[in-house]
Design a protein around this ligand. Structure first.
Ligand code: PLP
Length: 387
């Protein structure tokens, strides 16, 4: 049997060998970065080198990088800091990740959604009008707009949004968890006041992430304790995880500086999309700029979970655009926000990465076409019966 195909990098990337080696090395070094002795200093050196490497990936000054337990915590640190600084109303795009949505709704302050158009891009006219009638009693405006969507790969107009937010003296938080490692990021040029990334989406380990902050954002103390991370997040640092993150960031930065490679991978994705479209699939966000690795397709009447299970049986691992809960297909809120109607229960997310090959994409398409034919054959008598 041919080896399994992994095309689910947006869920978690295959760990890069450089990251695995760095994790092992940090375990070998040992030491607590807060200790003053030789082992402690060696551990501290690993953490600070990783901070520099992670900062380089997002073109941020190293001292502004705060390590967290992942993208979820980095997003929460930004939101909670803005609220601690007086924000009483949060504007979040309708396609933000659950870690933004749920944290915002649990925060107790008012939350409003920035609508997106059919291609999944935030409506900046809406944002501009909303900021123009901002009530000062709501504190500084806080806006969360992700750099790229986890389901569709659609890249948001963040720099344009930043101009609007800055003119209103607001705080722009950018969830760059999916964009990192797939496109070049300059957090300052983007105009982000805070920006979150996560190690496991770029080939590092799970359970470690980072938040960078600019001069207009004041971070609050998320965890009390030993004063680590300049007092912002107490607790002994996850040195192996952080060292693996740094190594993954370094390798990733090298990889995305090779445009030929990135374009080649996008071409495999696009060729796959053409074959699926010929069978009736719709590419979500096709009209918008998208991450080069991500394909989100929706096929009328072909439920997400049916597709994922059929592909898994064929040895191809991808994700549903919609989650299946208690046997019921839940619509994808992202595709629903884009106005895709019933197609929101039929999405499939296919995402490649550093170790993916053209053969992987071809295996995916072959398996998908087979599954689709079987599905269409099962439906044919029912459709005939209707007429
Ligand atoms: N933000 C986005 C856009 C994501 O896709 C994810 C993970 O899927 C997260 C945040 C959460 O990151 P983590 O898994 O590191 O907590």
């Amino acid at each position: 049997m041919s080896p399994r195909v992994y095309l689910d990098y947006n869920a978690t990337a295959v760990v890069r060998p450089e990251a695995a080696a760095a994790i092992a090395h940090a375990l070998d070094v040992g030491g607590n970065p807060s200790s003053v002795h030789a082992a402690g200093r060696a551990a501290r050196a690993l953490v600070e080198q990783a901070r520099a490497d992670v900062a380089a990936l997002i073109a941020a000054p190293a001292p502004t990088v705060v390590f967290t337990s992942g993208g979820t915590e980095a997003n929460a640190l930004a939101l909670e800091s803005a609220i601690a600084a007086g924000a009483r109303r949060l504007l979040i795009s309708a396609v933000e990740h659950d870690s933004i949505q749920e944290t915002a709704h649990a925060s107790g302050v008012a939350v409003e959604e920035i609508p997106v158009d059919r291609s999944g891009r935030a409506d900046l006219t809406w944002l501009s009008e909303r900021l123009a009638r901002w009530d000062a009693r709501d504190g500084r405006p806080f806006v969360a707009l992700m750099l790229a969507n986890n389901e569709t790969g659609v890249i948001q107009p963040v720099a344009e949004a930043a101009e609007l937010v800055r003119a209103a003296d607001g705080w722009l938080h950018v969830d760059a968890v999916q964009a990192a490692g797939k496109i070049a990021i300059d957090s300052r040029a983007l105009g982000a006041d805070t920006l979150a990334i996560s190690a496991h989406k770029i080939g590092g380990p799970q359970g470690v992430g980072a938040l960078t902050f600019g001069p207009r954002a004041t971070l609050s103390r998320r965890q009390h304790g030993g004063g680590q991370e300049r007092g912002r997040r107490g607790g002994t640092e996850n040195v192996p995880g952080i060292n693996g993150f740094g190594a993954a960031a370094k390798a990733t930065l090298q990889a995305i500086s090779q445009p030929v490679d990135v374009e080649e991978k996008a071409a495999w994705r696009d060729a796959a999309a053409q074959r699926l479209k010929a069978a009736g699939a719709v590419v979500a966000g096709e009209a918008a700029p998208r991450l080069p690795n991500t394909l989100c397709v929706a096929t009328p009447g072909f439920a997400s979970d049916t597709q994922v299970m059929a592909l898994d049986l064929a040895g191809v691992m991808v994700s549903a655009g919609a989650a299946c809960s208690s046997g019921k297909v839940k619509q994808s809120p992202v595709l629903a926000a884009m106005g895709l109607g019933d197609l929101a229960a039929c999405g499939l997310r296919v995402s490649g990465g550093w170790a993916s090959t053209q053969a992987d994409w071809n295996r995916f398409v072959d398996a998908w076409l087979e599954a689709f034919e079987r599905h269409a054959a099962r439906r044919a008598p029912a459709v005939a019966g209707v007429s």
